[in-house]
Design a protein around this ligand. Structure first.
Ligand code: SAH
Ligand code: SF4
Ligand code: F3S
Length: 438
């Protein structure tokens, strides 16, 4: 047994956790394979944020059946948020009996021991370990096989306490746990020493970093500490919550050259009634206030968002409040979603809107946001921006982000990945920016 393959679904949190699973498996002497067919151990790291995500993943797991039949010695493991839902692990086992291991979000680091156990058994039976520990301790000793050079993901906290009424995350990720400030800083310093040029801090709600400590540690304090790190690099973070984002945080981003002028601030809805029903704990006025504050300190800041339509009870008036907010704020980009009921969350028990209404609203919202994103793209034409070069699938082409987070493609070689270039942006084609090095 010498090759593993990890298929990752969901958010950056999962992407980074897959790097930890890969770290554990390579620590056991396994190598990364190029495909599931080529691997001895296949790991699915799953997401359950929306029904579409779950259906897609179930489809992919179903496809593994043929691989397993052709080679029964393959080990198939499923982990991530999907497995952590109540009753879900058992249901997966019944529907896909060929799965060897099912691990919850708090148990995935035991994957190597589980594989050893399966290999020791001569008759295979699905092994399930999904513990419903709401506050599993933070493991600082997990090896990480990073796959996103020159960017490195760094967790600052795990879990979520917010219980937005539509969201499954608090149920599958447990309560908020913050990493020690000194551990975070040490990890970042060693990543920069190792040649990484961009650090992205991860947390479901980075603004509540430290609220589980009793020593007054908070996100501003963390940023202040990180602002003392010498040398040129980029620091980003996600996700900010409009109820908690503070003026101090906005100010220190503005004042620190290494901190990217780029804030992802999910609004979800522009209607006060819907925000209240979602338990988001802010109003549209508070949101406008934050946008004004960000733009006052950093006129060049790229602001992006998540927006949802079709939440139970959303009227045409509520939806008009959302489109009005989108018109007024002018997000650089936004992820737009149709509300998807998640079993066990309060909103799933509310009266649901007809599918046709949801579809009509998402179509209108997407058209509006596309228009705005395109208009903002045009503003970049003719500008020269500093871009950190990343890999792209096309030979002779590199991609990279502006400080404000916009992707730009330009000519370059793989050996130049991880370097900073000044790029003059000269073309906007199908919502993608292209430029030339100057
Ligand atoms: N912690 C982050 C985001 C977590 S999930 C935050 O609070 O912003 C990412 C996005 O998925 C959310 O911002 C939301 O827009 C969307 N989302 C979450 N639950 C959803 C659901 N049940 N249906 C549709 N979209 C959902
Ligand atoms: Fe979900 Fe809300 Fe927590 Fe974000 S803040 S993960 S949307 S419950
Ligand atoms: Fe992320 Fe999906 Fe889990 S969005 S936290 S992987 S449910």
């Amino acid at each position: 047994m010498n090759k593993f393959y990890i298929e990752t679904f969901g958010c950056q949190m999962n992407v980074h956790e897959s790097e930890k699973i890969a770290g554990i498996l390579s620590g056991r002497g396994l190598y990364a394979a190029d495909s599931a067919a080529d691997a001895d151990v296949i790991v699915f790291n799953t997401c359950c944020i929306r029904d579409t995500a779950e259906k897609k993943i179930e489809g992919f797991i179903g496809e593994l059946k043929a691989l397993k039949r052709a080679d029964p010695s393959k080990i198939i493991a499923v982990t991530g948020c999907m497995t952590q839902q109540i009753g879900r692990a058992e249901a997966l086992k019944t529907r896909f009996p060929f799965i060897d291991v099912i691990l919850g979000t708090a148990n995935q680091y035991s994957i190597a021991e589980k594989i050893d156990r399966i290999l020791a058994l001569n008759k295979r039976k699905t092994c399930i370990e999904v513990l419903s520990d709401e506050k599993p301790c933070i493991r600082e000793d997990v090896p990480i096989l990073r796959t996103s050079y020159p960017n490195a993901w760094v967790n600052i906290m795990y879990g979520c306490n917010n219980f937005c009424t539509y969201c499954i995350v608090p149920y599958v990720r447990g309560r908020e746990r913050s990493r020690n400030l000194s551990d975070i800083k040490a990890e970042i310093v060693s990543l920069l020493d190792a040649g990484y040029s961009e650090i992205t801090l991860l947390g479901q709600n980075v603004d509540s970093y430290g609220s589980d400590f009793s020593d007054g540690t908070n996100f501003y304090g963390l940023l202040k500490e990180l602002s003392t790190i010498k040398g040129k690099f980029r620091l980003r973070f996600m996700t900010s919550h409009p109820k908690d984002l503070s003026e101090d945080v906005i100010k220190i981003i503005a004042d620190t050259p290494n901190f990217c002028k780029n804030i992802h601030l999910p609004v979800q809805s522009g209607s006060d009634a819907v925000l209240k029903a979602m338990n988001r704990k802010y109003t549209r006025d508070r949101y406008f206030y934050l946008i004004d504050l960000i733009r006052r300190y950093m006129p060049e800041c790229g602001i992006t968002s998540d927006i949802m339509v079709g939440f139970p009870g959303e009227t045409e008036r509520d939806f008009a409040d959302t489109t009005d907010l989108v018109e007024r704020v002018r997000f650089q980009n936004a992820f737009t979603f149709v509300y998807s009921p998640r079993a066990g969350t309060p909103a799933a028990d509310m009266e649901q809107l007809p599918q046709a209404v949801k579809k009509d609203r998402i179509t209108r919202l997407v058209a509006l946001q596309n228009r705005i994103s395109d208009e903002i793209s045009l503003e970049y034409l003719g500008k020269t921006e500093e871009i950190l070069a990343e890999d792209s699938p096309r030979p002779g082409v590199l991609v990279g982000r502006t400080d404000s987070g916009r992707l730009v493609s330009f000519g370059g070689e793989k050996s130049e990945i991880g370097k900073f270039f000044n790029v003059k942006i000269n073309e906007n084609k199908a919502s993608a920016l292209f430029g030339e090095r100057v």
